[in-house]
Structures are given as C-alpha cells and as structure tokens.
Design a binder for this molecule. Structure first.
Ligand SMILES: Cc1cc2nc3c(=O)[nH]c(=O)nc-3n(C[C@H](O)[C@H](O)[C@H](O)COP(=O)(O)O)c2cc1C
Ligand SMILES: O=C(O)C(=O)c1ccccc1
Length: 374
C-alpha cells in the first residue's frame, strides 16, 4: 500500500480547511456536504450576513486571565461552540462520528449525534468519554415508526445524552439539485445503526425517498408533550427562525431552541440565522436557551452571535471538512482554530469573560453614512 502524502498545506483558517477538504472528497460527496437548497441563497448568506456587523473594541482593558468558558448541561465547556448533528460522517472519514466525538472531548466542547449517524450512539458517546468530559445530545426527526423513535430515545438516554434536539425544519428534505443531478447515495458499506438501516437497505432507495420513508411530514408541536411524557432528557427545538416559534417553544416547556435554517439545506431564501437571531433572543427574554448554527466560520462570527443574544454557537460543515482533511486530528484542528480565533477576538475587543460580550461591542455597517450603534 502506498503511504499517503504528508499534509503539506498550512491550514490556518476554516476556509483553508474547506479548500483542502473539497479537493480530497469525491465530487458527489463534496456537493452533498457543501451545497444548500434550490438557489443557494441562504447557504451563502448565512456566512456573508456576519459582514454587516463590525467590532467596536474598547482599548486599554486588562484582558490577562481571559476566560472563554460557558456553562452548559451542568458543566463548563471550553468556549461557546459545539458540533451540530450532521448525518453520514463516514463519507468524510471511516471513523466518522467516533473521530468527531473524540476531537470534541479533547477540545472540551459538546456534540450532537445525528439520527443518520454511521456509528451507534453507544459507540459515539463511549469514544468521546474515553478521551475526556463531553456531553452529547441526540438529534431526532418525527418518525413514521413511533416504536423505532422510542428505541432511539431509550438508547440515547442509556448512552448518557443530555437532550433531544428535535429537528423541526424538515417535514421533507429541501430541494437539493446536487443530490438529484448526481444521483447521490451514500457509498456501499455505510449503515444507519440508529435507524436500524443496513447498507443494503439504504442503497435500495434514493436519499430523498429514504428520508421520507423514515420521517413523518405529519409532525406538529404535539411531539413535544409526547417526548416529555417518555423521557427526562432536555427537549430542544432545532430549526427555529421566528420570535413566534420561540414563544411557542416556551409555551410547550422546551429547554432550548437552535436558531437554524439547517445550514441553508432546507427552505432556501430563509434569513441568515445571524439576521433571525436578534428578534428571537428578544422574544425569549431569558425564558429559554437560545443557541445558533449556520455559516459560523471565524471567532468573530461566534463573538457577533453572542453579542446578538446567543448563548452558544454550533458548526456543521467545518467539522465535515476537518474529518475529510485528517479525521479526528482534523476536527481537533478545526476546533483549535475557532477557539484561538475567538479568544483573540475577545482579547482585542477588550472582553475578559463571555458575559462581557454585548451589543456595545458591535456596530452595523450602513451603506451611506457612519457605523450605526446597536
Ligand atoms: C452534510 C450535512 C448533514 C446534516 N445532517 C443533519 C441531520 O442529520 N440532522 C439535522 O438536524 N441537521 C443536519 N444538518 C444540519 C446541521 O445540523 C446544521 O444545522 C448546519 O450544518 C449548520 O450550518 P453550517 O454547516 O453552515 O455550520 C446537516 C448538515 C450537513 C451539512
Ligand atoms: O442533508 C441534511 O441536511 C440532512 O439533514 C441529512 C438527513 C439525512 C441524512 C444525512 C443528512
């Protein structure tokens, strides 16, 4: 067997990682991971919308002994970031979710387990826990087979997951031209153990048909009391974009919401999550936890999201690029880049702890005129 070439490139940023990973992945996998829905408007805007904000540093502030930590699920994580649940990680690296879990544990952040993971929740939580303290959450869709859904919940509980992330933005998959053009299917040998689907089962259907045969488009808020009646895990709603739905999540007694448009992969032309965040955070008035994902690629993106009212950010594709680049070490590198970048951003804006990050450090770029204060 040939030895692989040394990792020659210097990876300093998440865009370096994206570039490198996109070269190594097969075209259909790269398209599946990187694309958004329909016209690609939201996937692009998720990242570009951060650019309307500028940072306003306060100078000559003592930032020695800076603390980037936040509390989540009864313990501290190293900085306000975790890894979103994303399916089919074994296409990026054979170790897939096991490598992600180990890297998250090594870096002191948490991880979401997709119900379309290629390893079981038991294996994934064990892999991380062997390395260090880490909390996992189990992502769920509303499924056609309720008994199967209950089995997933019981397995997640037994494996120590702290929360269910109910993905609420996907009664059906979004319009994914790339998948249809490429006839996208996961490669042979890949299974979905949480969904009890073997590699042979998966290859009998398109990804789109497989998704809709497992998940139900008759989902509703009634899912929440049902989940509450069968589990003590926290219940979070993933995919909220409006203050109205924040209010509803509060009425239903949910523990948190993820302001998310599924990385622009579901309904295109939804707002960038950083643009949806302020109204959602305002509606929450501290009554429910507000987290965000979508387009976060730098430390200043994390900083801006916190300033605008999020408690914590999550990243999806950067983890997949890290995995494709170098497995566990690649995901660790991705997290290290974001952690160091966020820390520098705090130091240079003059914020010594996360609680000091507020709109006082942000300005809004106006096309004609000076920076608007928030
Ligand atoms: C390849 C891929 C697979 C995903 N699979 C799931 C999934 O199984 N369940 C889910 O709720 N979200 C899934 N997501 C959405 C992520 O959880 C997250 O919302 C999104 O990736 C965040 O945007 P970002 O990739 O720009 O960071 C997936 C995203 C990608 C890119
Ligand atoms: O592609 C996605 O966004 C997604 O949610 C998903 C669903 C099933 C398997 C893999 C990814």
């Amino acid at each position: 067997m040939e030895t692989p070439p040394p990792l020659a490139e210097k990876i300093l940023s998440i865009s370096d990682l994206e570039r490198s990973a996109s070269k190594t992945l097969p075209a259909a996998t790269k398209d599946f991971y990187n694309s958004g829905a329909t016209g690609q408007v939201t996937v692009r805007e998720n990242s570009s919308a951060f650019q309307k904000y500028r940072l306003l540093p306060r100078v000559l502030k003592d930032v020695s002994g800076i603390n980037t930590k936040i509390s989540l699920f009864d313990r501290e994580i190293e900085f306000p970031l975790s890894v979103s649940p994303a399916g089919i990680q074994a296409m990026a690296h054979p170790q897939g979710e096991l490598a992600t879990s180990r890297a998250c544990a090594r870096m002191g952040v948490n991880m979401g387990v997709s119900s379309f993971a290629n390893h079981s929740v038991e294996q994934i939580t064990a892999a991380g826990t062997e390395v260090g303290p880490i909390d996992h959450v189990m992502q769920l869709y509303t499924m056609t087979d309720r008994d199967k859904q209950v089995r997933i919940i019981r397995r997640a509980e037994a494996a120590g997951c702290k929360a269910i992330f109910l993905t609420a933005d996907s009664p059906v998959l979004g319009v994914r031209y790339n998948e249809w053009r490429n006839g996208f299917q996961p490669p042979d040998g890949i299974s979905y153990p949480m969904l009890e689907r073997s590699s042979e089962d998966i290859r009998k259907q398109s990804h789109d048909d497989g998704f809709s045969s497992l998940n139900s488009d008759s989902h509703s808020w009634a899912e929440v009391p049902w989940l509450r009646s069968i589990t003590k895990m926290q219940i979070w709603i993933k995919g909220v974009l409006t203050p109205e739905d924040v209010e509803t999540a509060i009425e239903y007694g949910c523990d948190g919401v993820i302001i998310s448009n599924h990385g622009g992969r579901q309904l295109d032309e939804t707002p960038a999550t950083i643009d949806a965040l302020p109204a959602c955070a305002k509606a929450a008035r501290g009554r429910i936890r507000i987290h965000i994902d979508g387009g976060i690629r730098t430390g200043s993106d994390i900083f801006k999201a916190l300033a605008l009212g999020a408690e914590c950010c999550w990243v999806g594709r950067p983890m997949l690029w890290g995995l494709a680049y170098d497995g566990e070490a690649g995901v660790q590198l991705m997290l290290e880049i974001l952690k160091q970048d966020f820390k520098r951003c705090m130091q240079l804006t003059g914020c010594k702890s996360v609680s000091e990050i507020s709109t006082a450090s942000l300005g809004l770029v106006c096309t004609n005129g000076p920076l608007a204060r928030l």
